[in-house]
Ligand binder design. Structure first.
Ligand code: C2E
Ligand code: MG
Ligand code: MG
Length: 564
């Protein structure tokens, strides 16, 4: 145990004295003042108000039992019910011996008997209570989450081991519960209310585990894990547990939850895996604004296995050149007939087991873990090689645009990587255009503006890909140094049948004209679309009507050799 004199040397701790009689307040203050900062409350309600505002700084409460407005027993009850306040030790002040048992039952640490005629005894009791509480809190701190008092992930997993060992036959569900748009809640209502929400949800889940066998933890800022005896239907979790919890913060605010359930979590799986599955299920609904309960199922399992295999195989695939460069031509259309003006590099994965895989599947997967950068360096280099070959072998210069992932844009070294590729293949900056997808901007606007401005200043032509598909503001078009707008394919696809989509295409072309940018329409699949786009003033088109993306060899045959 710690030495008491060490402990006394610490900075002064705060003690809250809750007493209605002024004379008693004065005596106690006098005894404590040398060693402690003293706060005073004249009744229970005042005490609770002070505690709620300052519980983090208060080391101890000295609590009178008989007081007006709210008595000491009620205060004790309220403290005991609040996982935040509960950690502040309380010493009861009483002249009535018989109240001792009752107050200890209610959670008081100790008691001091009135009148206060032995200051040294009082001080000794106070020191001891504070020290004990601080030591317990230290232990609790490593096992339990500071804010909610729930287990942290590490201890949660350990307790599940123990739980499983004792209840090997019980069917358990692993559940992940996430508060939707919690960061917005914090921004709108403040962190204090955000904390209250978390605390109330935590308490409700904890109470649930008293009625149904289970354990609960807080594992991320707004994510809770629940390991619970399997239930047939989890609607009650929203109706009877979570809704009352957020209603009790006292404001008229709706909060929605995302619940992922791994039913009958397989005990042969590691505990991490059981909860990974639950999390995976909970993230299936990204776009819904309502409460969602989603079960981990066979399909998700297969998808996960498939993704795992792709990830696992990535390095080998790169080494064995399973990734192939495909090119799709782009044509200027405002002249008499379409003229080839550039191409877009689109990667393909020719997988030994799965055959041709679309980048729509693996690019987002590789973006999640940064692997896309390696893949892109490979693709860019293949592009550099092709451009060089066209120039040296056939004397043809044709720019190629490359897709720059949002992950590439986070890299400070991006420009250096690009210029290495350019120098290494003996080509120039004007041979390569950069396609930046609109959605990259909405993630990290400031950084993206800085990075893209740098690339543009160094001489790269910038094309904004998938324009109109994201949620970014029009301000983006003026704050980014863009040269070309690529109209999102979805508008082109429907422009002949939907007036709204046609109007969108017209507006985008108008904006581009106003800002003196060129426009490219992607996904042009028939003559009618082409004619209509030409009439609207679109500069360049790309799509299956002219050509699908084809291998670099085929592209060279078809479009480069014929230009010689
Ligand atoms: P994106 O950059 O918007 O590329 C256009 C997509 O539209 C390509 O899909 C292309 O094959 C497809 N497309 C072209 N014309 C038509 C058409 O007339 N009709 C239809 N229905 N589709 C057409 P792809 O090749 O599957 O690529 C999908 C996305 O994957 C690309 O969208 C791009 O964002 C990403 N991507 C492709 N290659 C790379 C790469 O090397 N690096 C990175 N970071 N992303 C890439
Ligand atoms: Mg593109
Ligand atoms: Mg696009």
């Amino acid at each position: 145990m710690k030495n008491i004199s060490n402990y006394v040397q610490h900075a002064k701790r705060k003690v809250l004295i809750v007493e209605d009689e002024v004379i008693n307040q004065q005596i106690l203050s006098f005894i404590l003042e040398k060693e402690y900062d003293v706060l005073l409350a004249g009744n229970g309600q005042e005490a609770l108000d002070i505690l709620k505002a300052q519980y983090k700084e208060i080391s101890l409460v000295l609590l009178d039992l008989v007081m007006p407005v709210m008595d000491g027993f009620e205060v004790l009850k309220r403290i005991e019910d609040d996982s935040l306040l509960k950690r502040v030790p309380v010493i009861v002040l009483t002249s009535d011996k018989s109240a001792e048992i009752e107050s200890l039952k209610l959670g008081a640490q100790d008691f001091i008997v009135k009148p206060y005629d032995m200051p040294e005894v009082i001080l000794a009791r106070i020191r001891r209570s504070i020290m004990l509480a601080e030591e317990t809190n230290l232990i609790i701190k490593t096992q339990k989450d500071d804010l909610t008092g729930l287990f942290t992930k590490k201890y949660f997993y350990e307790y599940i081991h123990e739980f499983d060992a004792l209840n090997s036959n019980e069917l358990m569900d692993a559940i992940s519960i996430n508060i939707k748009r919690f960061h917005i809640f914090n921004e709108m209502y403040g962190h204090e209310l955000g904390d209250r929400l978390l605390v109330n949800v935590a308490k409700a889940l904890k109470d649930l585990t008293h009625t149904i066998d289970g354990i609960v933890a807080r594992v991320g800022s707004d994510t809770f894990f629940l390991y619970i005896a399997s239930q047939d239907n989890y609607q009650f979790l929203i109706d009877d547990v979570l809704r009352p919890a957020y209603k009790s913060i006292g404001k008229d605010i709706e909060v929605e939850f995302r619940i992922g359930i791994n039913k009958y979590a397989n005990k042969d799986d590691s505990i991490e895996k059981r909860f990974d599955h639950a999390v995976r299920a909970s993230t299936e609904d990204k776009h819904s604004f309502e409460n969602t309960i989603i079960y981990y199922d066979e399909q998700m399992h297969n998808k996960e296995m498939y993704y795992d295999k792709l990830l696992y195989h990535f390095e080998i695939a790169l080494k064995d050149k399973e990734f192939k460069l495909y090119l799709q031509p782009k044509f200027e259309i405002q002249g008499d007939k379409p003229v080839l003006s550039s191409a877009e590099a689109l990667v393909r994965w020719v997988h030994p087991e799965y055959g041709m895989i679309s980048p729509g599947v693996f690019v987002p997967l590789f973006e999640e873990n940064g692997l896309v950068r390696k893949l892109d360096y490979f693709v860019w280099n293949e592009v550099g090689r092709a451009i060089n070959e066209w120039k040296t072998k056939y004397g043809v210069s044709l720019p190629v645009s490359i897709n720059v992932s949002r992950v590439d844009l986070l890299d400070e070294e991006l420009f250096n990587h690009l210029s290495q590729m350019i120098d290494g293949n003996n080509i120039s900056i004007s041979d390569v255009y950069l396609e930046i997808t609109e959605s990259a901007y909405s993630d990290e606007p400031k950084l993206i503006v800085d990075r893209v401005t740098e690339l543009s200043n160094r001489g790269f032509l910038i094309e904004m890909d998938d324009f109109g598909s994201g949620y970014s503001s029009l301000g983006m078009v003026t704050s980014l140094p863009i040269d070309v707008l690529k109209i999102d394919m979805s508008f082109v696809r429907n422009m002949l049948t939907s007036l709204k989509d046609k109007k969108m295409v017209e507006i985008i072309i108008e904006i581009a004209n106003f800002l003196k940018l060129k426009t490219i329409a992607e996904g042009v699949e028939n003559k009618e679309q082409l004619d209509s786009l030409k009439e609207m003033g679109c500069d360049i088109v790309q799509g299956y009507y002219m050509s699908k993306p084809i291998s670099v060899e085929e592209f060279t045959e078809k479009y480069i050799k014929t230009k010689e």
